[in-house]
Ligand binder design. Structure first.
Ligand code: HAM
Length: 496
């Protein structure tokens, strides 16, 4: 029980002995938006014009100088985000979910530098991603770039290990990517991507496993097949249609990149780009797009390409596997999905919100020839498949559905020394509790008792531990259990 000068019950606690007017000021003025509000900021870009909002904040007191001091712009560069602690709680939670799903599928984590050699990302198929590259010359005159995606870096690692890499390899990463984008909702100039890739598996069993991981993540987050669908196709469909139109294989990657624009540009624009940029005869461009539009279902595809077509076999097998996994209802066959990245060679897929409000949640597919395009010998080619899943769009969707979790800042204990000379004792106690695995907030300044209670409540602490002179003299501290509204004087040594 409390004795002496500690009177905690009934809100009549005494002020600390050494509380001075100057340290009675409130420290409560910090950023205190709710997680819901801040979650909106996670995917909301800085207001237009904020980058120019340089403010004159005052005059330098030096009478000799008498010049106005300009404060630096407090906004981050346009299209990028600051992560305040409440935003970090959300980010860490989401990345924790990514990692948990990856590990549950037996994947290992890797990482690579955000800064890479420019060559790694420069491809000649006219992809948007190449045009959006953040590239520059470093102080040593080398051309470098901030990675716009993780896949080429993964390919570099696979090439680096060569034959010594045990296959299949199942690796995941969560990394920041940079693209100089025109910004829209959920699209920004820096974003984080969760990637899972399988190296060394030829069959669509790899894609089926990757899609199972995407679905597992979405289900963990509380979403169902009514909220999100995954459009699936194979680039071999387009390849088949192209060769039927006599288009040379060299034009394939460029044609894919152009056809991918069908959901953003009118059909006639896509058609004329197929002629001007990919060199297709106008009649072929037109009949190619008509042929793709006519393939509404897998039976249509089978009828058009024949039962021996690899595209048909891959897609039918993928749907069969999806049925086995139990996620077939998430999949939608869509022959217009080809993806805007040049390197895909087989199955491609994109996750989308069924309400049609947001950009793609994720995208991926098979890329069996990327190593060769990076200079690897033909013998070094390894089949690869994977996906990238952005952080911004999923947060938007979870916010819309009210599925973002409450993520308050929490500690186990708050330790308060009640006098200056008790600070070493309180520090020793806090250290011991931390070594025992508890999270402990040690109050470092003289504070009033009322403040200490409020502070402990704000931190959702389980216990408030008061180190007072009289109790400490008996080898004890006062422990207040904040959930049970009970307190007791207990031996400090026994506290765990
Ligand atoms: P991607 O489709 O370019 O694919 O990007 C994957 C996901 O990253 C997108 O679906 C989207 O959620 C997110 N994302 C991309 N750009 C932005 C942006 N500017 N702002 C916000 N989110 C964005 C790739 O990057 C491939 N490398 C994925 C892959 C891995 N394929 C095989 N393995």
């Amino acid at each position: 029980m409390l004795r002496g000068r500690l009177h905690l019950c009934g809100g009549r606690a005494q002020p600390f002995a050494d509380a001075t007017p100057c340290n009675r000021r409130s420290v409560n003025k910090r950023h205190s938006c709710s997680i819901q509000t801040k979650a909106a900021d996670v995917s909301t870009v800085a207001p237009a014009g904020a980058a120019n909002a340089r403010t004159i904040v005052g005059k330098v007191s030096d009478p000799m100088a008498r010049r106005e001091k300009e404060m630096i712009d407090t906004q981050p560069p346009r299209g990028t985000r600051d992560f305040f602690p409440e935003d970090m709680r959300l980010r860490n939670w989401l990345f924790g979910e990514f990692a948990a799903v990856s590990r549950s599928f037996g994947f290992e984590q890797y990482d690579t530098p955000v800064l890479e050699s420019e060559d790694l990302f420069v491809r000649k198929a006219g992809e948007e991603i190449t045009e959006q590259l953040y590239n520059f010359e470093d102080k040593g005159g080398r051309r470098v770039a901030l990675r716009p995606e993780l896949t080429p870096s993964l390919a570099r690692l696979v090439l680096q290990r060569g034959k010594t890499l045990p296959l299949p390899a199942k690796w995941f990463a969560v990394g920041q990517c940079w693209r100089y984008e025109r910004m829209t909702r959920g699209r920004r100039r820096e974003h984080y991507q969760w990637n899972m890739d399988i190296v060394g598996v030829e069959g669509v069993e790899a894609e089926a496993e990757l899609l199972a991981a995407v679905v597992a993540l979405l289900q963990r987050l509380g979403l169902g097949s009514g909220d999100v669908g995954i459009r699936v196709n194979s680039r071999k469909v387009l390849q088949g249609v192209l060769s039927a139109h006599g288009v040379p294989p060299e034009a394939f990657a460029r044609v894919c990149v152009i056809v991918d624009k069908l959901d953003k540009l009118p059909r006639d624009k896509v058609e004329s780009e197929l002629v001007s940029a990919a060199g297709l005869p106008p009649a072929s461009a037109s009949s190619l797009l008509s042929a793709l539009a006519s393939l509404a279902s897998l039976p249509d595809l089978r009828a058009a390409l024949g039962p021996d077509s690899e595209a048909v076999a891959d897609l039918e097998r993928l749907f069969e596997l999806a049925e086995g996994y139990g996620y077939k209802d998430w999949l939608v066959f869509d022959p217009s999905v080809v993806r805007g990245l040049a390197y895909y060679t087989g199955i491609v897929f994109e996750g989308f919100d069924r309400a049609g409000q947001l950009r793609a949640l994720c995208g991926g597919g098979r890329y069996d020839r990327l190593l060769g395009s990076l200079g690897g010998r033909e013998a070094e080619e390894v089949p690869m498949a994977g996906f990238g899943f952005g952080d911004a769009v999923i947060v938007e969707l979870l916010k819309e559905r009210g599925l973002l979790p409450e993520l308050p800042h929490k500690v186990d204990d708050v330790v308060v020394p009640l006098d200056t000379h008790l600070r070493p004792a309180a520090a020793g106690l806090a250290s011991r509790l931390r070594r025992a695995g508890r999270s402990v907030d040690l109050v470092l300044e003289a504070k009033k008792m009322k403040w200490a209670f409020k502070h402990a409540e704000k931190l959702h602490a389980c216990r408030l531990i008061l180190v007072g002179a009289e109790e400490w003299g008996r080898g004890n501290v006062v422990v207040r259990d904040l959930a049970a509204f009970q307190q007791a004087e207990v031996p400090a040594e026994e506290l765990v």
